[in-house]
Design a protein around this ligand. Structure first.
Ligand SMILES: [Zn+2]
Length: 114
């Protein structure tokens, strides 16, 4: 399961951060997941419930932010929200657009327990 390895990766990064700061517990973790990242948020949330067990994140509040997708037309620079992988510009009908938002998968914030 793709999301489980991502969840384990997140826990690993948080544990490394906690070790660097010499803390044993984390109170809050905020994660940004883009709509175009290919990650199913519900599956990730479920995977995290398993992955955090006996880690520094065990009692942490996990907040997952869904980042909407955004594309920029390569022809007219119009920015729009694509509803598919192949995005057609609603302004000029150009087929190619750069995805400028929505591919992110990152830990935005880690709050340690004082
Ligand atoms: Zn365009």
């Amino acid at each position: 399961m793709h999301e489980l390895s991502i969840a384990m990766n997140i826990v690993e990064i948080v544990e490394e951060n906690a070790a660097t700061h010499e803390v044993n517990s984390v109170s809050d973790v905020e994660i940004d997941v883009g709509r175009m990242s290919g990650v199913v948020i519900d599956a990730l949330r479920f995977a995290l419930e398993e992955a955090v067990k006996s880690s520094v994140m065990e009692s942490a509040t996990i907040c997952i932010n869904e980042i909407p997708a955004k594309s920029k037309c390569l022809a007219c620079s119009h920015e729009f929200e694509p509803n598919d992988i192949i995005a057609v510009c609603p302004e000029c009908g150009h087929l190619y657009a750069d995805i400028i938002n929505g591919k992110e998968l990152k830990i935005k914030k880690i709050k340690f327990l004082e």
